[in-house]
Design a protein around this ligand. Structure first.
Ligand code: SF4
Length: 229
């Protein structure tokens, strides 16, 4: 690797580290000031979401292309709780029953915590509609916002051949967008909450079956171990 390129990469890493540090400090202070409650976590997620950059126009991703919505999605527990909370607040009882059943149906197909399941099952995310659109686009997880490709042929190959492929992307975009999830994990762990990455579908399935998990986690009980990635 030539020196100019490696200097640029070192500088990029420094900039990203500074960005992460700032986000951790801001989230920590925000939670210190307002307490760790669902509406507060929702507000923090909203603030982070507004900090996500627009996907570069050179990305190959287009509305209706959804190969990546057949891959495993990992989320922090605050993201999981906020999405579940918003889903319940914004969806009709019939709509909620539809999502609950789709999530349970996906869970019934195999172990959704493994990458192998998603690579081989060609199972759509329970929030993907027939037109390849995300039904919770405005509140989707950070990893969904971060994921993108500069070559749709590679995504298609992974889906059709049921194998793991190395999807080309803009690394700094992906890292800066994806970091919000890990910032949530680290800050909540520092505050004494059981905090780790969980499988999105498995976590929602647990919540649909027992919505007391949300309140118990906010009391620092470790109730999401079965969804841990
Ligand atoms: S939440 Fe939306 S963007 Fe994320 S995998 Fe599911 S359908 Fe795709």
């Amino acid at each position: 690797m030539n020196k100019g390129k490696s200097d640029m990469e070192d500088r990029s890493r420094q900039l990203l580290a500074a960005h992460v540090k700032k986000a951790r400090t801001l989230l920590g202070q925000f939670l210190d000031n307002h307490g760790v409650r669902l509406p507060v976590l929702g507000k923090a997620m909203e603030e982070f979401t507004s900090g996500v950059f627009e996907l570069p126009e050179e990305a190959a991703c287009k509305a209706g292309c959804a190969y990546c919505c057949h891959l495993r999605v990992g989320v922090s527990i605050p993201e999981l709780l906020v999405i579940f909370y918003e889903l319940r607040a914004q969806t009709t009882p019939e709509g909620l029953a539809y999502f609950r059943d789709r999530i349970a149906g996906t869970e019934a197909k195999g172990n959704t915590l493994t990458e192998a399941f998603w690579h081989t099952a060609q199972a759509p995310c329970p929030f993907l509609n027939r037109q390849g659109r995300c039904l919770i686009y405005a509140i989707r997880p950070f990893s969904c916002r971060a994921y993108h490709s500069t070559d749709v042929a590679v995504c298609k190959q992974g889906y059709e051949e049921k194998c793991e492929v190395r999807v080309p992307c803009f690394p700094l975009y992906r890292a800066t967008t994806d970091m919000y999830s890990s910032v949530f994990i680290k800050v909540l762990a520092e505050k004494g909450f059981p905090s780790y990455q969980v499988g999105f579908v498995k976590g929602l399935d647990l919540l649909f079956k027992d919505d007391s998990l949300s309140g118990r986690w906010l009391e620092k009980k470790d109730v999401f171990g079965r969804a841990k990635l």
